[in-house]
Design a protein around this ligand. Structure first.
Ligand SMILES: [Zn+2]
Ligand SMILES: [Zn+2]
Length: 279
């Protein structure tokens, strides 16, 4: 599988010279399976460019998985151009949590007066599935969800294909259990032995004195999970909207130092917009 990141920023899209390396678009990953299927994870502002590419490539069918319905993870949806093409088919998966269905979550993204058009303007054939904790298969790739520890809840996902495992846990507070969320131990077991773990690493320990219960982890907490789960590569994700590149670099360096001190071969990196990982 190939994992492409189109948005690694948390909470709010940002721009400016201090954000050039890690990028300013909010959460969106594109996963291309060995069999050529395409899965888009979240519709943050990064999804705009995914849509433009899919149109160029004339891709007529793909899957969208939502982690949760917080604004930064869905705000790009009306700008995903293939949804206005009647030849396109999209399978939408997620968990509605407090809402009636995943369709109602999507309908809320496009609703006047917050947006000038509603779901009725969409021409693509959209199928909505509310699998919650039921795993799904996309071609040859198996997708297993887990409930996040996050306000209003959310889903993390494990993607497995041809012996390779990628785990994506964004918006996950490891050291505070939100209603419906899992224990630290369950997240460690879920990530065990993954080739790549991309995890929420929004805060520093200093931030966390103020931000505990906001639904995000510190980079040291996420590193601890990566070490304990024995993953091969750990990507820091959901960069805070006020965190310039140099500060994210410092967090990554600190992770490398701490992993090295423990004698671990763990490879730590900050997830950058437009980066790709092949597994
Ligand atoms: Zn978020
Ligand atoms: Zn969130």
């Amino acid at each position: 599988m190939k994992i492409i990141c189109w948005g690694a920023r948390g909470s709010l899209p940002v721009s400016g010279r201090e954000y050039i390396k890690y990028g300013g678009d909010t959460t969106c990953l594109e996963i291309r399976t060995a069999g050529g299927d395409i899965v888009v994870v979240d519709c943050g502002s990064g999804v705009r460019r995914v849509g433009n590419n899919l149109l160029k490539e004339k891709v007529r069918r793909f899957t969208i998985l939502l982690t949760h319905s917080h604004w930064d993870h869905v705000l790009g949806f009306p700008f995903l151009k293939p949804v206005y093409d009647s030849k396109v088919k999209i399978d939408f998966h997620g968990c509605p949590f407090a809402q009636k269905s995943i369709q109602s979550v999507v309908a809320k993204i496009m609703e006047p007066p917050q947006f000038p058009i509603n779901l009725g303007a969409i021409r693509a054939k959209m199928s909505f599935h509310d699998p919650c904790l039921k795993g799904i298969k996309v071609g040859t790739m198996k997708v297993t969800p887990i409930i996040l520890s996050h306000p209003n809840q959310g889903l993390g996902y494990k993607f497995q294909e041809n012996g390779a495992t990628f785990v994506f846990l964004t918006d996950n507070e490891l050291r505070h259990k939100h209603p419906g969320g899992c224990d630290y131990r369950e997240y460690a077991a879920f990530c065990s032995g993954a080739d790549v773990l991309i995890h929420d690493a929004e805060f520093t320990e200093e931030d966390y004195r103020r931000t505990r219960t906001w639904g995000h982890s510190t980079y040291k907490q996420a590193l601890e999970l990566a070490l304990e789960a024995g993953v091969k590569r750990f990507g820091l994700f959901h960069h805070n909207q006020d965190r310039p590149d140099a500060e994210v670099d410092a967090m990554v360096e600190d992770c490398r130092r701490l992993a090295g001190e423990k004698g671990s071969p763990l490879d730590c990196f900050g997830v950058t917009q437009e980066s790709a990982i092949e597994l």
